[in-house]
Design a binder for this molecule. Sequence first.
Ligand SMILES: [Zn+2]
Length: 145
Amino acid sequence: MADVHSKKVRSYNMSRIRSKDTKPEMLVRSWLHRQGYRFRLHDKKLPGKPDIVLPKYKTVIFVHGCFWHGHKRCRYFVLPKTRTKWWINKINGNIERDKKVKRELKKLGWNVINIWACKIKNIQGINHELFNIHYSTPVNMSRNR
Ligand SMILES: [Zn+2]
């Protein structure tokens, strides 16, 4: 069968897939899965299209890359030496958007967890960052009907 995708389109698709299923996010997903949590991914209906949605706990999780989301005082957040101003604007824009999205989600009654990629380099880190989920109370789904 002929390959309908040109090389260019294919590599574009590949990069899209990579940016969606980043490794830190996969780590969080497999942790949640092992613990028996049910979750949805990249819910377009919610502000900011959260990476992971736990409907039962009315909780959303964003896994933030330290560079793109401007993790303060993080060793993984290093501004490029060229076009520095452009990068600062770009990243500040992302930070503002993250804040706005968080506000909107909270207004809708969602519990928002932001996890920095650098904090979950190992299993201890993931346990630490997600520990509080164990103490969230499941939402009574019938209550809102
Ligand atoms: Zn970081």
